[in-house]
Unconditional design. Sequence first.
Length: 257
Amino acid sequence: MLSIIVNLMTDVLISELTPEEIASICDHTFLHRVEEYREPDVNAVEKRKEEFYNFLEDTILGRTPYAVCVYPEDVLAAKDYLKNTGIKVVSVVGFPDGCWYRPQHKTNEMGIAVTDGADEIDMVMNYDALKDGEYQSVRDDILAVKNQLDFYSGNKDIVLKVILETSELNYDQIKKACKIASDCGVDFVKTSTGFTSHGATPDDLKVMRDNFSGGVKISGGVHSGNLYGLLCAASGRSDGYIDLDPMKIRIGESSLF
């Protein structure tokens, strides 16, 4: 009976979601490198730090997201700034090109992030290997991070998400990626980094939802105009409702509100 009550409490009509409810399943994202701030007569290093702390302050003062998503080297500062807020910290691994970085690089980044307090890891899959049919390489890449994550995390339950980069895959490849992620014990599959040809689409999300029983994260090009369709697809339902549970559906965004 309790599970039924909890489910009813989290079922929300997507068209009636409030900004606060949407924020409760968001990973608010800051993934800018110092090079982006280089311009004449500007200290790019200090400018980037200023923008990073402004981002954290705006996160606290605005609609409260489930988490913030940052680079591994930013985790320690984010954890300190957000302490006692309840906002979790997510770190990316092998970002934005999961095909370029070796498994050792990804595990090293993950180790830094988890040691500094990351609650969740979003790693980018080697999607080129998947397209080439090198499925064992894809598994080995994911398991390298998963196994080291289990070692570093100890008794802490740290969520692992795998970014498929769906813009680079066809539907059969997305299905295969979801199968491999499931076999590796991954908690979430995620659409995109936002750095390739396009981000999340309803069709890709439907394939992911139909082929992965864990969480699904919508990321890449998310805005108010396409959010409804993306959430409908990620929900896996045809009644217009969503189970508003951040362990089932997440949104990665940098400027949704």
